[in-house]
Design a binder for this molecule. Structure first.
Ligand code: CO
Length: 211
């Protein structure tokens, strides 16, 4: 196992199979990428972006971090968004959270996890913002899952508020931001019903979920 031979063998088989079924697919794709979607998701190994929505290489531009956060000073995430929006001209940005997210759960716990607590602090801010909504849930798992949804709402909001998206919209570029939550237990994605496509849709969004 020292050299991870099994993974490299898998890769060889995958490439050979693809060449058999679609001989020119990879050579064509090597010339340029033209994805329509950006995926902002959790790093969780169970939420593998292209697999769960049945996309092939070249179809989705991916950014993943713990608890799918979009922070306005995170140069990594912002660079992904800028390149995707301004150069690749993607049409959709999907923020996909997942129920039972360990990052969201850790943010709810009143204990130290180390450096990561500073990252998770952003989710605690979301929990504070929606305190009244979350207070309605007695069951801890229900509360966690509600916060997973609300976290997606906030991150959609954050995407929409970036200078990148604001500038794209003011240029008249067609760009929609979607909010989804993935269920680890059945592999099904729930669409939270958000499809932002203009600045004036940002304010009413949070209001809708605060009630
Ligand atoms: Co997660």
């Amino acid at each position: 196992m020292k050299t991870l031979r099994h993974l490299l063998d898998n890769n060889k088989k995958w490439s050979e199979n693809l060449k058999k079924t679609r001989p020119t697919f990879l050579s064509e794709l090597a010339k340029q990428q033209n994805p329509e979607y950006v995926w902002i998701g959790c790093s969780d190994s169970r939420v593998s972006a292209s697999n769960i929505v049945g996309l092939l290489p070249g179809e989705v531009f991916v950014h993943r971090n713990i608890a799918n956060l979009v922070i306005h000073t995170d140069m990594n995430c912002l660079s992904v968004l800028q390149f995707a929006v301004e150069v690749l001209k993607v049409k959709h940005i999907i923020v996909c959270g997942h129920y039972g997210c360990g990052g969201v759960k850790a943010a709810l716990e009143n204990k130290r996890h180390g450096l990561i607590d500073n990252w998770l602090r952003h989710i605690q801010d979301v929990a504070n913002l929606y305190e009244d909504v979350l207070a309605k849930f007695d069951d801890e798992e229900d509360k966690l899952n509600k916060l997973c949804e609300l976290n997606v709402i906030e991150q959609v909001q954050n995407v929409g508020e970036t200078t990148i998206v604001q500038d794209a919209w003011s240029r008249g570029q067609i760009l929609r931001i979607h909010g989804w939550v993935y269920d680890l237990t059945d592999g099904i994605i729930t669409d939270l019903g958000i499809h932002l496509e203009a600045s004036d849709e940002l304010k009413p969004l949070r209001k809708r979920f605060l009630e």
